[in-house]
Design a protein around this ligand. Structure first.
Ligand code: MTE
Ligand code: LUZ
Ligand code: MOS
Length: 768
């Protein structure tokens, strides 16, 4: 079945926040952000701003009736700065004007004096200064210290990965207005409607039932709207209440880029020990997470880094410690993979460095240490239905691994060739469930109207990932109706309450299971009624293709007949259902438990070609085998795999987020921040779905697919690295992602570049 949004998207008919017709009298907002990264506010004079044409008001912390506090995990983030600012772009006030242009123009008239304070943008420096968001955490398996003596090879090193801009096509925004009796209605481009509701209530000093949040769909979220859609919705709601006017607030792209947090940069140290036959005996790692200026979701992201620090490998002795470091950049946040990719990158770097030291292929170490069934993760959970080796071996067969390697070797043999090729394998193992156990709950509400049509509400937010299509498929399958019979309602806090954000790749599983329960209860009730009408037992009946079937044969009763008859017999045609993932738990004292419902596995092989003169590169091909379980929608899942892969490649190769030492985002527009386009995507992508049993905790055994494929992109980094080493065997250069063409060039010719620079400076023209 195609994505139910496909036609609407292509024809421009799908509705986003910006398509909501605005009410008469709507005012438009513009956020005033701090011009510097850290300082004490001495003077903040808005007199001139208030006099500008069209300006109705400027709202600041003084207008907040409840708490000026939006921190989700820790209360460390004011909605509007009060005495100090902690990052460049930190919201200080909201201008409201009749038009957007007027609001933006008025922002130039702020008179602001801030006494600068020292700026920290390096997480290691933050750690050294004791600037931590939470105390460090350590996950441990076995005892690493007892193992180093047994190791034939011990390799240590550092691996750094940079941040990543979400670049959802639809920027952050919200539309808020007052309903009767002081109620507030908010349309928000958020992955977390309940988080918006809760925070609006807190800031406005109102109970949650006075706040209604509605979401039609997002033009992309990627984690960037799990928590960070909230401030803009809260500002709009606050202004709506203070001014009693409808308020629209949509960030311009450059404001969005500089004011919102991104994927966390990490700087990490590793120590890995191997036996002579390449078994990894021990692994120690210390992660420094750049959390930015406030906690946001950083503690949870840090936790997932620890969960995934051994990726698809079994390592008997592990000690992993993570520090969440407070710096003066915008609070970093959820981004597809949620700290998992950062953790996996470090281990892949450690394996690559070990392989380089021993002058052998990293694939030998990788394959030798892949997880098998019944083995323990550092967090205590054991693998069940482990497919790490199965996906690897299947990929070797499908992609003709040996043949590929031979082809590359013969290509690389030409000593005069300008290009070299490299190859990297990338296995992935990702845990499915929110790591906070209590978040693994969801509800659904199903109405069957008495004409037989169906309205379905869940807590899931559609952001392009196709969750609405999957929800519709659940209803269609359980009720035996046609896709045209089911309408996916907007995600609304008055219909489905206390929702977790649509995140952790768990949206389809959690909400799908709730929808399945509700639909099955309705089907059961309807069949009981049909059994009376048809004078048989309900066990003989089923619903399929808009018909009531008896022992597999069509009866005279259609779906519509049945529904109408049930209605006339006063049988309940609406159903709510609640689902919670069974069997999961985690003890943060012991750092042990069973946090995940199941794991998703896969393996990719990436082939990169570099231009040895220019440092430019192409990703020639990615072939991968992925475990979707029993995919309920292969078209959507394929799209998620390809999209995740390319987003991961972008993070690892070309997306270079640069903050100046003064904490200002230098790459603050699409002219300076490059994301993969069709030319940067791999020339060839082949995806094989592993024939796998799925998991009973996955909806219809169709495993979660949203995040895991992003981590295949890590393979691009190591394929490029391999190509560099093919050109210049034995070279050493840092593990520092992204691997931009500049870095490739320096890795290839760094010494020449340096001597050229020295030559220039001795000629007295160093400024050149
Ligand atoms: N796909 C699209 N097109 N747009 C998105 O914003 N977000 C990703 C992934 N795929 C995203 C996407 C992220 S970060 C997550 S957690 C999952 O979708 C969330 O949806 P799911 O739980 O329904 O898989
Ligand atoms: N969000 C969250 C997530 O709050 N908890 C998680 O475990 C998680 N995992 C992935 C993505 N978002
Ligand atoms: Mo995704 S990072 O869980 O929104």
């Amino acid at each position: 079945m195609k994505n139910i949004d496909a036609h609407g998207h292509v024809r421009g008919e799908s509705l986003y926040l910006d398509d909501i017709p605005i009410r008469e009298g709507t005012l438009h907002g513009k956020v005033i952000g701090s011009p510097i990264a850290h300082g004490r506010i001495r003077k903040f004079d808005l007199t001139e701003v208030r006099k500008q044409p069209g300006v109705w008001a400027v709202i600041t912390a003084e207008n907040v009736p409840g708490e000026n506090q939006i921190g989700g995990i820790l209360p460390d983030e004011p909605l509007f700065a009060e005495e100090e600012v902690h990052f460049q772009g930190q919201p200080m006030a909201l201008i409201l004007a009749e038009t957007e242009a007027q609001a933006h123009a008025a922002a130039h008239h702020v008179r602001l004096e801030i006494d600068p304070l020292p700026v920290v943008t390096d997480p290691r420096e933050a750690r050294a200064k004791g600037m931590l968001i939470i105390p460090p955490r350590t996950f441990q398996l076995g005892d690493t210290s007892s193992q180093w003596e047994q190791c034939a090879h011990i390799i240590t090193g550092q691996a750094d990965s940079a941040g990543q801009e979400h670049l959802y096509i639809e920027a952050q925004g919200a539309y808020a207005y007052m309903a009767e009796k002081g109620h507030v209605r908010v349309h928000s481009s958020t992955q977390g409607p309940t988080a918006v509701q809760k925070t609006v209530a807190k800031v406005l000093g109102m109970p949650m039932h006075m706040i209604e949040v509605d979401v039609t769909r997002l033009g992309g979220g990627f984690g960037g709207k799990e928590d960070q859609a909230t401030p803009w919705a809260v500002m709009a709601a606050l202004a709506a209440k203070v001014l009693n006017k409808p308020i629209k607030l949509v960030l311009h792209r450059m404001d969005d880029m500089r004011m919102t947090g991104k994927r966390h940069p990490y700087s990490s140290d590793f120590k890995i020990g191997l036996t002579d036959d390449l078994k990894i005996l021990a692994y120690e790692v210390v992660f420094h997470q750049d959390a930015g200026a406030a906690a946001d979701l950083s503690p949870a992201v840090m936790e997932r880094t620890l969960f995934h620090c051994t990726n698809s490998y079994f390592i008997p002795h592990v000690k992993a410690t993570a520090y969440s470091c407070r710096t003066h950049v915008p609070p970093n946040t959820a981004f597809r993979g949620f700290g998992g990719p950062q953790g996996m990158f470090v281990l892949e770097a450690a394996i690559a460095k070990a392989a380089e030291t021993l002058a052998l292929s990293p694939a030998l170490i990788q394959r030798r240490n892949l997880l098998a069934d019944g083995q323990e993760f550092p967090y205590g959970q054991k693998t069940e239905g482990c497919l790490a080796q199965a996906t690897w071996d299947s990929l070797e067969a499908q992609a003709k691994g040996e043949h590929l390697r031979q082809e590359i070797a013969s290509f690389n043999q030409d000593p005069n060739a300008r290009c070299k090729k490299g190859l990297a394998m990338m296995p992935v193992c990702f845990g499915i469930s929110f790591t906070k156990t209590h978040m693994n709950q969801a509800s659904a509400l199903v109405h069957i109207y008495h004409d037989g049509s169906v309205g379905l509400s869940t807590g899931a937010v559609e952001m392009g990932q196709g969750v609405n299509t999957k929800m519709l498929q659940v209803a269609v399958r359980c009720l035996g109706v046609h896709p045209d019979d089911v309408k996916l309602e907007t995600t609304n806090t008055t219909r489905v309450a206390n929702t977790s954000p649509t995140a952790a790749s768990a949206g389809a599983d959690l909400n799908g299971k709730a929808a399945e329960m509700a639909c099955n209860l309705l089907a059961e009730r309807l069949l009981e009624h049909a059994a009376i009408e048809l004078d048989c037992s309900p066990g003989d009946l089923e619903l399929r293709d808009r018909q009531v079937l008896k022992s597999g044969e069509a009866t005279s009763m259609s779906w519509q007949d049945l529904v109408l008859s049930a209605f006339l017999n006063r049988i309940q045609l609406s159903q709510h259902a609640f689902y919670r993932t069974p069997g999961i738990h985690f003890d943060t004292e012991k750092e042990k438990g069973h946090p995940f419902a199941y794991h998703v596995y896969g393996t990719a092989v990436t082939i990169a070609k570099i231009d040895v003169l220019l440092g430019t590169y192409e990703i020639e091909a990615v072939h991968l085998v992925h475990d979707c379980g029993k995919s309920m929608n292969p078209t959507i899942d394929l799209g998620q795999i390809e999209g995740g892969l390319v987003q991961g490649i972008g993070w690892m190769t070309m997306e270079e987020l640069v903050y100046n030492p003064d904490g200002r985002l230098a790459s603050n527009a699409l002219s300076t921040y490059k994301v993969p386009d069709i030319y940067a995507a791999p020339k060839e992508i082949t995806v094989h779905f592993l024939n796998a049993p799925g998991s009973p905790h996955a909806i219809f055994k169709s495993k979660a697919v949203g995040e895991p494929p992003l981590m295949y992109g890590i393979g691009a980094y190591f394929a490029i690295r391999d190509a560099i080493l093919q050109a210049k065997p034995g070279r050493t250069f840092p593990f520092s992602a992204p691997m931009t063409p500049e870095k490739v060039l320096i890795a290839l010719h760094g010494d020449q570049a340096q001597s050229a620079e020295e030559a220039i400076s001795t000629q007295g023209s160093s400024s050149a």
